[in-house]
Every structure is written in C-alpha cells, then in structure tokens.
Design a protein around this ligand. Structure first.
Ligand SMILES: NC(=O)c1ccc[n+]([C@@H]2O[C@H](COP(=O)([O-])OP(=O)(O)OC[C@H]3O[C@@H](n4cnc5c(N)ncnc54)[C@H](O)[C@@H]3O)[C@@H](O)[C@H]2O)c1
Length: 414
C-alpha cells in the first residue's frame, strides 16, 4: 500500500503520541523531523517504534523537500512563523500534498485566519487535527444511533468535558504564549466534538450555524497561594501576576439552517481534576435516545499497594496525565487509538493522497477558534454573545482575550 511520507515539525509530547498512533497505521510513515529541541530523542523513539526513516533535518525547508506532507506539532505561539516557512518552501518548489495542524488552530481569530490564508496562498490541502471527533467511541455512537436519529430527529443536547490536573510544559501555563488557559487549550476540543455530534447525519461538519455563546471562566485551584508557589517552582509562571483560568464552562447554541431547530452544546473543562488521569466525558441526548462516553472506563484495572509502589516509576504508563503510582488505577492499553489519534492520521493520509482536504480542515479550525474566543468575550462581558450580530463578528476578528494579553487578574481576581 502506498504511504504518505510525513514530516514532523515539533518533537514533543504530541509528536510522540502520534508515533504510538502510527504503529497502528498502514497508510502513513514518518519521513523526517525538524524541531528546535528533542529531534534526536524523537528520531530514536520513532525508529524504535518502526514508523519510518525519520531523518533529522536542520530546517523546515529541507524537511519540506523530503516528504509528502508536514504536520505542525509545535507550541501555539510558533504556528505562524512555522507556516510562513512552509509556504516559502512550497514557493521555492517543495511538492507538498498538504499540511496538518494540531488543535487549537491558533490563539486568536486573526492568527487562525492568517493560517487559512497562508495555506490558500499556495493551494495546500489542510487537516485540522481534532482527535476527539475521530474517537472510535464517538464514531460508533453515531453509527449505532443513525437509524433512531433518522426517525426521531438529531441529537439536541451535547455535553462534552475534558479534564486533567494540568499541562506538562511551562508554555501551556503562560497565557500569552498559549493563548489563554484551559478554555483555549481544551475548550476547543469539547466545543468541536459537541458541534460534531449535534450535526444531523449526512450533513457537513460546518452545517450548523453557531448562534450564541455563554461562558464562565475561573481560577479555582492554581490561584491558591500554595498551588501558585508550586506552579512558580515547577513551571516558572507567576499566577499572582499573570493568571489563566483553570476552569471554564459554557453553552454554545446552534441553529439548523434547514429546519430552524435550536440545539445546544455544553462544555466544561478543568486543569484541576485530581483523579486517575485525563478524563473525557461526552454525552449526546436526542428525543428518546442517549449516548455516553467516559474514557476512564476500561476493562483493565490494576491495584498497587503502598509496599509495592516504590518499584513503579512512571505513572503515565497507565494513562495520560496520571499522577499516582499506587492504589486502584485504570489502565487504557491503547490510548493513541482511544483518543482518536490513529483515525485522524488515517483520514488525513487518505485525503492528502487523493489530493483532498481531510474531514476537518483549517476552515473548521477557524470556526472553532471563533467560538472559543467568543467564550472569552462572553466571560469578560458577563453576558451571552450573539454570534449572528455582524458587529460581534467584526470585533471577534481582532479580539484577544484579557487572559491572553496577560491581564487575567482583571477578570479572574475580581
Ligand atoms: N490533540 C491533543 O490532545 C493534544 C495533546 C497535546 C498537545 N497538543 C497540541 O500540540 C501542540 C504541541 O504540543 P506539545 O505538547 O507536543 O508541546 P511540547 O512543548 O511537548 O513540544 C513542542 C515541540 O515543538 C518544538 N518547537 C518549538 N518551537 C518551534 C519552532 N519555532 N520550530 C520548530 N519546532 C519548534 C519544540 O522544540 C518541541 O520539540 C500544541 O499546539 C498543543 O496544543 C494536542
């Protein structure tokens, strides 16, 4: 089978998770990597997992000249500079079939629009990697419910939540570099997956019209003096001066343009979930039917007593963001598949090899960015934002939240 030869830009957490996904794929391989740091370690990891030649390159241009498509797995603040270099490489003759960008597409609507425009400038196919939409549990829920959806009507209320105890690298905690707090980082997942499951069967992913957004953001755990100190010591960020939200919740209202039906997506995210590790919870409620996904349910549980715990060195071997090495633990044997990483890259490889956009393209990522930013606007204004108002759309184009400006204290300490 022909494989898509991918070039990875970035060699950190998500790049390594994608390696684990690619061991389960037969239509993609890693041709090379370019990253500011950790390329050599990443190459070893990729070779160990047998997912391609994974040559280390010293520039984006060189990488682009030696692969079929590139994947942007760098921090949010580096998206634009990286994409500009990709575009320069294509203009200089690199024959890329497409470009992937992981969530969130960007820190602001203006940055997201810039990325879309850059890809358009050189006619590159795009893929927005929102893994949760590709989760087998989500896809199977929709397949199972297709007949009842057709007879009873579409899902009318979606609930989606992603929570863990906090990110792994300092830049995630710095709202100016990341683009906000947990709403920017994980709200984008929950909003996107809600919109997706609310979309009537057979309609495109951007079919529903976002009508309004309400949202609350708060700093509930990491603003407390002892946790602020921990953050300062471990991550070098000062939440006394420049805080970001560790909790967000809100509702997005969508309208079906064919029938006028109103449906709602409720999202809830936190960096203060001190339980077994990362938890994804999704629900879809339709007339006469429901689905529920809980990523912490597994057929495998392990118990480790205190006296045996010293021999366990890596809590995350059990589950992403796990913080404990003893007691009753949930183990997910195949997280890369569970979270949708396998299927998102399979979809992208199939699309790019057929010269097409993937299921989720950057236009979709731009729409998600708009809803996330409208969430910040709603939280700042303490009112529901009307997305059908042309003035709101105009303001959103250049909106940057107080949190992302480093002025989070004005809203989170009020
Ligand atoms: N889908 C998910 O659930 C998920 C999970 C984690 C991260 N992510 C996303 O993936 C992206 C990367 O996150 P991460 O956790 O892997 O970060 P990370 O900090 O672990 O790794 C970042 C990598 O990018 C490199 N890098 C930084 N600036 C660069 C530049 N200008 N040019 C080239 N390389 C550069 C770093 O050297 C490092 O190798 C983020 O946008 C994040 O939101 C998505």
């Amino acid at each position: 089978m022909e494989t898509l030869k991918l070039g990875f830009i970035g060699a950190g957490f998500i790049a390594k998770f994608q390696v684990r996904a690619m061991t389960q794929l037969n239509n993609a391989e890693i041709a090379g990597v370019y990253a500011k740091e950790w390329s050599d370690d990443f190459q070893k990891y990729a070779l160990h997992h047998g997912v391609g030649e994974c040559k280390v390159y010293n520039s984006i241009k060189e990488l682009c000249n030696n692969c079929d498509a590139v994947a942007i797995y760098v921090p949010n603040y580096a998206r634009i500079e990286v994409m500009e270099e990709i575009v320069d490489a294509v203009k200089a003759g690199a024959g890329l079939k497409g470009v992937i960008c992981d969530k969130p597409l960007a820190r602001t609507v203006a940055e997201a629009q810039r990325l879309v425009d850059l890809a358009d400038e050189v006619h590159l196919n795009t893929s927005y990697h929102e893994n949760q939409i590709h989760m087998k549990s989500i896809q199977n829920a929709l397949i199972q419910l297709e007949p009842v959806q057709r007879t009873m009507g579409p899902i009318a209320l979606a609930r989606s939540s992603e929570e863990h105890s906090g990110p792994h690298e300092p830049w995630f905690w710095d709202p100016t570099r990341q683009g906000g707090g947990v709403l920017a980082d994980m709200g984008c997942h929950s909003i996107a997956v809600s919109q997706y499951v609310l979309t009537p069967i057979g309609k495109p992913v951007s079919f529903l019209e976002p009508v309004s957004v309400s949202c609350d953001i708060s700093l509930l755990k990491w603003g407390k003096p002892d946790f602020r100190k921990k953050l300062m010591d471990k991550m070098g960020v000062d939440y006394n001066k420049m805080p970001a939200e560790d909790f967000c919740t809100g509702v997005i209202t969508f309208r079906n343009p064919d029938t006028g039906q109103i449906v709602k997506g409720q999202f809830s995210n936190s960096w203060m979930y001190d339980k077994l590790g990362l938890r994804l919870l999704m629900e879809g409620l339709g007339p006469g039917y429901t689905f529920e996904v809980n990523s912490l349910r597994s057929s495998l549980e392990v118990f480790i007593a205190d006296e045996a715990a010293e021999s366990v060195s890596n809590a995350e071997a059990a589950l992403e963001k796990a913080t404990a090495t003893r007691g009753l633990m949930t183990i997910q044997p195949n997280e890369a598949d569970l979270y949708g990483y396998v299927d998102e890259t399979r979809d992208t490889a199939r699309a790019f090899m057929n010269n097409k956009k993937a299921l989720l393209d950057w236009e979709f990522g731009l729409e998600v960015t708009k809803m996330v930013q409208a969430g910040y606007m709603a939280a700042e204004r303490k009112k529901t934002i009307d997305l059908t108002d042309p003035d709101v759309q105009k303001v959103l184009k250049n909106f940057q939240s107080l949190v992302a400006q480093g002025r989070g204290s004005e809203i989170l300490f009020g």
